[in-house]
Structures are given as C-alpha cells and as structure tokens.
Design a binder for this molecule. Structure first.
Ligand code: CUA
Length: 157
C-alpha cells in the first residue's frame, strides 16, 4: 500500500514538473515584456469582418470619461482607418485584426507593438498623456508592398 502511495506521489511530482516546463516555454514565447501576440481580444472569422459589430465600421469609439476604443482592420497593404485621432489624457484600447495575412500594428515611440493575425483580435491598452503624432507601421513582412503599409495616430490637445 505504502509503495503505491509513493509511486503516486512521484507520478504527480513528474506531472507537475512536465506542466511546469511547458508553462515556462509558453511563458517565454508569449510574454511578458513586449507582447508579440496578445490574443486576449478573442477570435473572429476573417470572412465576417464586414458584419462584425466592432470591425464592420472600424474607428474610434468614446466609451467612458477618458476611455476610447479603437478598432483597426489590417490588410495588405493598409490599415482601416488610416488616420486615428484621440484626445490627450486618455486611455486607448486598440482592437486590431487582419483581413488576410499576418501583419503587425506598431505605434512608433510607444509600447504598442503587436502581431495581427487573421482570425485573432489583438487587444492593447495604452495611456496618452500628452498630445503628439505617431506613425503606425507594419513590422511583419506581408508581401510586395509591406514597406508602404502605414498609418497615423494623432493625439490632439
Ligand atoms: Cu502588413 Cu507588413
């Protein structure tokens, strides 16, 4: 009886180690630091983007006192909308998805830098205290005109 209990304990210990190793690998791959893939936003059928409540009409939505949500659709080789305008002193959550291939959504000079994968919604929140102009770039090679894929974020006073 006692030996069985020992065996069981070792089995459990081995399982815990295996799960621990796997968790370490996953942790190393997806976070923390710069979030490469942030799929907190959930999933989406790329074919249904036009009918989606958030992405059917992408753009800026005022959702609270100083809170804004911005829906962006990435496609080869542009973002919709191309220009985003939010007021300073606001908390902005970006929801980004792709219509076709893998892109990225990177707001230069901020920590917003996320991969945009078809079927997934990338979600990132950032605070903008000061007015400013930011370029938005695609950092993920997405075809012939990848280098022309850009947008603009204006944080206005
Ligand atoms: Cu989109 Cu590179």
């Amino acid at each position: 009886m006692n030996i069985h209990t020992y065996e069981k304990a070792w089995l459990v210990a081995a399982m815990v180690l295996i799960v621990g190793f796997m968790a370490t690998i996953t942790y190393g791959a997806v976070g923390p630091g710069i979030a490469m893939i942030d799929d907190d936003g959930g999933t989406i059928d790329p074919a249904e983007i036009n009918d989606h409540e958030r992405f059917g009409e992408p753009g800026v939505e005022h959702v609270g006192d100083d809170e804004y949500e911005v829906a962006v659709v990435a496609q080869a080789w542009s973002y919709t909308p191309e220009q985003i305008e939010v007021p300073a002193d606001s908390e902005v959550t970006f929801y980004v998805t792709s219509r076709d291939v893998t892109h990225s959504f990177s707001v230069v000079g901020t920590n917003v830098n996320t991969m945009v994968i078809p079927g997934q919604i990338s979600e990132m929140t950032v605070r903008f205290d000061e007015p400013g102009e930011y370029g938005i770039l695609c950092n993920e090679y997405c075809g012939e005109y990848h280098h022309t894929m850009e947008g603009k974020l204006n944080v206005v006073p």
